[in-house]
Design a protein around this ligand. Structure first.
Ligand SMILES: [Zn+2]
Length: 360
């Protein structure tokens, strides 16, 4: 049981991973035109033109990168001073806590409010957008929880996380904590390709726009319930490494949309599991993302699974945590089989690994 407290709901230290850098170097030395998985930046035709040699070279590059990743990751992981939690006393025993006072673009922040005994009309917001709070009923003291997603393109700066309430004596009260957003360190890939390969035709463009409209309608809907139960998990079993989150691509000098999810390399047919319990908001074929499943976990939290070879669920169905929802494939605008996994929190595109690592 959870309590709905506000009207509606609201992005990991992101850095260029050693794998990204190694792949870039390998690609350069093999003269590959950006051999990589998701080609959502109107690159469908280019990817279809990849030669067999390029595909093999891509596989070698990936294998090399996978082997070297643990070594490189250890050597290059920066000391993260920014991840210090911030706590603020607001008087009358009310305490606000945020998991980090400084957060990179693409991060997830955990918020907590304690001591709001007998308070009414409790509302939370971040940068003017409502942040829904829920209460764990098994706790004796009233502790409210919330999740804040920092979109991967949110302008760096300081944004207040604010709580307002009406105290037991009827007086209004507010309290806030500033959260500094800093730029995420994302890989940037610069490519020069012939124009015909980067312009989708009008039919393709129309389809992509319709898909986008559909997705917007889904993310605009905030289910006022916590549908998840426990920790979020990775969508693939075993020891998997995701990459490409937030990667920027510049085509012919023109910046394209960033890569909004994580790509997990996996063989076609590998089962894909629900990161947590939820309701199927979408289960269909889309132009860029191919066979796609979107799960609504409640409170504005959605996970997306793209490029599936098979979809195993229907829109509207309820799924349990770790239920199989489809299989890894290469549908949509991609260069090879993999799972593209996205996390959205109140429209903010967040690194999904964060919800797996940070959620208590
Ligand atoms: Zn992707």
């Amino acid at each position: 049981m959870t309590r709905w407290l506000t009207d509606q709901a609201s992005s990991a230290t992101i850095r260029t991973t050693p794998v990204d850098r190694l792949l870039a170097i390998t690609r350069q030395s093999l003269r590959l035109p950006g051999a990589r998985f998701c080609d959502w930046s109107h690159m469908g035709k280019l990817s279809a033109k990849r030669s067999g040699d390029a595909a093999i070279a891509g596989k070698i590059a990936f294998l090399l990168a996978s082997l070297l990743f643990p070594l490189l990751a250890q050597a290059t992981t920066p000391k993260n001073k920014a991840s210090q939690a911030v706590q603020r006393g607001c008087g009358s025993g009310v305490v606000l806590k945020i998991s980090a006072g400084v957060a990179a673009q693409g991060s997830l922040l955990l918020a907590e409010v304690r001591g709001l005994v007998d308070a009414q009309k409790v509302k939370a917001e971040w940068d003017g957008r409502p942040v829904p709070l829920w209460q764990e009923t098994q706790q004796s003291a009233r502790v409210l929880h919330g999740m804040i997603g920092v979109d991967l393109e949110k302008a760096p700066g300081s944004y207040d996380w604010k709580i307002s309430w009406t105290a037991a004596d009827g007086s209004p009260a507010t309290c806030g904590v500033p959260i500094t957003v800093r730029s995420g360190k994302f890989a940037t890939e610069k490519l020069t390709v012939e124009k015909q390969y980067v312009q989708p035709d009008s039919e393709q463009q129309k389809r992509a726009e319709e898909d986008q409209k559909k997705m917007r309608a889904i993310f605009d809907t905030v289910t006022p319930e916590v549908l998840w139960n426990g920790k979020f998990r990775l969508p693939l079993k075993g020891d998997v490494a995701g990459r490409n989150f937030g990667r920027r691509r510049v085509l012919n000098g023109e910046a394209r949309s960033p890569h909004t999810g994580i790509d997990f390399p996996a063989a076609a047919g590998t089962p894909v599991y629900a990161a947590q319990a939820g309701k199927v908001a979408l289960a269909e074929n889309l132009y860029y993302s191919g066979n796609t499943v979107v799960l609504d976990h409640g409170f504005g939290i959605y996970t997306l699974y793209a490029h599936l070879s098979e979809i195993g669920v229907r829109a509207g169905a309820t799924v349990a945590a770790s239920a199989e929802i489809g299989k890894v494939g290469a549908t949509g605008r991609v260069t090879g089989p993999h799972l593209h996994w996205g996390l959205t929190i109140d429209h903010a595109r967040v690194n999904g690994l964060q919800i797996v690592q940070k959620q208590p």
